[in-house]
Write a protein that binds this ligand. Structure first.
Ligand code: ZN
Length: 588
């Protein structure tokens, strides 16, 4: 390496070292600098052995600098990189606004309040992503409260409790406490009785239709002015299960003439005949409505900030009546719009996904075609990538679209460096390979930016498989990556292929050309696998299963390992099933 090149390596390394150190707030690492350095500067690669010797002193020099000094130096060397860094910071700051009145609370306390009526779809990831990020930002407290007080219409799914906690863990967060509302029924009953004693609630046996029309006319029903004692007796009879569904409800007394009819004397408790699926809760028949239950719980667990959908604005208004009776302070509320998602044919709805699984349309919650957290996880997409995309959506009241491409971009950044490169040939065509002086194996690198990880060893016996689109026209050349240059000769020109062995009817003949054939003549570089020594793969994708064959080294992975199938995309190794290796496609 001459002095000029050494200086160029030094400068490029210093830029990377400064940028990474500032971006991650840590000291630079030689390994982390080498990858991008070699990736961006192919001319350095032939000096691969000497480069670390130049990079190491640069890294320790940058380690010795403070943050200010690093910024100044990066500003001198590469003002554009410094600007990029500042732009990134700004973007991150903008995504999540400060919580309202945060400094008025000793501790920021927020809650996830999932209904465990099914495992989570992708949209459900927004709440834990944002609340978990706020928890980190404010060093706050996070509750996971299962709002499972509807045994009938949104009936809890017993497997969903654990599935949801798993999903929170996958996203990288841990609740400080986990509770189930169905364990807290006595608490809700106690508060109902207190509310009755305050004159804030009454039992009502009006048929729902009749009450609705009275309510619409701002007219009180005959039960509204019952003495508290009678209300107490009737409520206790509700708790004892003496009524059937529809016979009796407990209403919160609000303002029967309120300009918003949805707030007029709403139901706090109703009878449900269907037993709760949890055995511990299966004897209860008088169930609180969500607004009553969650309102009481938010106060009792000291929640300071609530985030909920803009369509639930009436919830806060209803709950405020209850809070006023009890003399409680209502938490801060942020409302946000819906999140929609592109890229899926299956609707992002728990009931739809559940129905498609029941019908056998989907193989389960982790079917790659299902817009669920279990499915993206199985595809090898990290929770962190989902969280980043969700946080980028912010918390505005308008509806937002989650582009899966943003999740993919975030994930690519996370997995690319660690993912081995491998070949997978889909619907391969078998082509005999001829030529006496050809090598007996190909040796593409395991990772283009990490020479130190070594090369793969892919044997070439008598034939290879190529994807149909990669088979060249008669007489044209193709470069088998890591192996070399071959010319395609169609069947009519060689008798050997006529025996039906070759799917394409021709053969590939070794040319011995060097890599300049690619650079100068534009010979296409393609992936390939040996005809015999390969691994049969079922690649599960969002568009259904795809079958192919991978290079032999693909058999060596463990479940959860992520590889990049070159020219195909990233995939997660899942395991073997009936002699076939199963992989899940992540993204390009
Ligand atoms: Zn009534």
């Amino acid at each position: 390496m001459d002095d000029d090149l050494r200086e160029r390596v030094r400068t490029a390394a210093e830029r990377h070292a400064l940028f990474n150190a500032l971006k991650h707030g840590s000291d630079p690492d030689v390994g982390a600098i080498m990858g991008p350095l070699m990736g961006e500067n192919p001319e350095f690669r032939e000096h691969g052995d000497e480069i670390p010797g130049v990079v190491a002193p640069v890294a320790s020099e940058v380690s010795g600098m403070g943050a200010e000094e690093r910024r100044d130096r990066l500003g001198e060397l590469a003002p554009d990189l410094l600007a990029e860094l500042d732009a990134d910071d700004e973007e991150e700051d903008d995504a999540l606004p400060d919580l309202p009145n945060a400094d008025e609370y000793d501790e920021i306390r927020m809650r996830l309040a999932p209904n465990p009526n099914g495992p989570w779809h992708l949209g459900n990831a927004r709440m834990p992503s944002v609340i978990g990020t706020y928890k980190q930002q404010y060093d706050g407290w996070m509750l996971c409260r299962f709002d499972d007080t509807d045994p009938e219409t949104k009936r809890p799914d017993l497997d969903a409790y654990d599935a949801i906690l798993d999903a929170v863990d996958y996203l990288g967060f841990e609740p400080d406490e986990v509770v189930r509302a169905s364990d807290r029924m006595e608490t809700y009953y106690d508060h109902a009785r207190e509310l009755i004693d305050e004159g804030g609630a009454y039992t009502c046996s009006c048929p729902a239709e009749e009450f609705r029309s009275m309510k619409a006319d701002a007219e009180a029903c005959p039960h509204r002015d019952k003495p508290a004692e009678t209300v107490r007796e009737e409520f206790d009879a509700m708790v004892d299960g003496d009524y059937e569904s529809g016979e009796m409800v407990l209403r919160v007394k609000t303002d029967i003439e309120h300009k918003n009819p949805a707030l007029r004397d709403f139901v706090a408790f109703r009878m449900v005949d269907t037993p709760h699926p949890r055995e511990e809760a299966s004897d209860y028949r008088a169930w609180p409505m969500l607004d009553f239950q969650s309102g009481v719980d938010d106060h009792l667990t000291g929640i300071t900030h609530i985030i909920r959908g803009i369509d639930l604005q009436d919830s806060a208004k209803r709950q405020r009546f209850v809070y006023d009776y009890f003399g409680w302070e209502y938490p801060e509320v942020l409302h946000w719009g819906h999140v929609q998602i592109d890229a899926y044919d299956v609707a992002m709805s728990t009931s739809t996904i559940k129905a498609e699984i029941a019908d056998g349309e989907l193989t389960g919650w982790d079917d790659p075609r299902a817009p669920t957290l279990a499915s993206v996880r199985r595809r090898g997409i990290r929770g962190e990538a989902v969280v980043e995309s969700m946080v980028e959506l912010g918390v505005s009241t308008t509806n937002v679209d989650l582009a899966m491409s943003s999740v993919y971009a975030n994930n690519r950044e996370l997995v690319d460096d660690g993912a081995d490169r491998r070949f997978l040939v889909r619907n391969g065509e078998l082509l005999p390979v001829a030529g006496d002086d050809r090598p007996d194996a190909g040796h593409p690198p395991l990772h283009p930016n990490h020479d130190d990880r070594g090369d793969r060893d892919i044997p070439v016996d008598d034939a290879v498989r190529l994807e149909p689109d990669d088979v060249p026209a008669d007489g044209e050349r193709v470069w088998l990556k890591g192996y070399g240059c071959l010319r395609y000769e169609a069947a009519s020109e060689n008798a050997d292929a006529a025996d039906g062995d070759g799917g394409a009817g021709g053969e590939l003949v070794w040319t011995g050309d060097d890599i300049s054939a690619v650079r100068e003549d534009g010979v296409p570089v393609v992936h390939w696998v040996p005809a015999e020594e390969n691994v049969r793969v079922r690649l599960r994708t969002m568009d259904g299963d795809v079958f192919g064959r991978a290079e032999p080294g693909f058999a060596s992975y463990e479940p959860d390992d992520v590889v990049q199938f070159e020219r195909v995309g990233f995939a997660r190794y899942d395991g073997t099933d009936d002699g076939v290796t199963v992989a899940y496609y992540a993204h390009p």
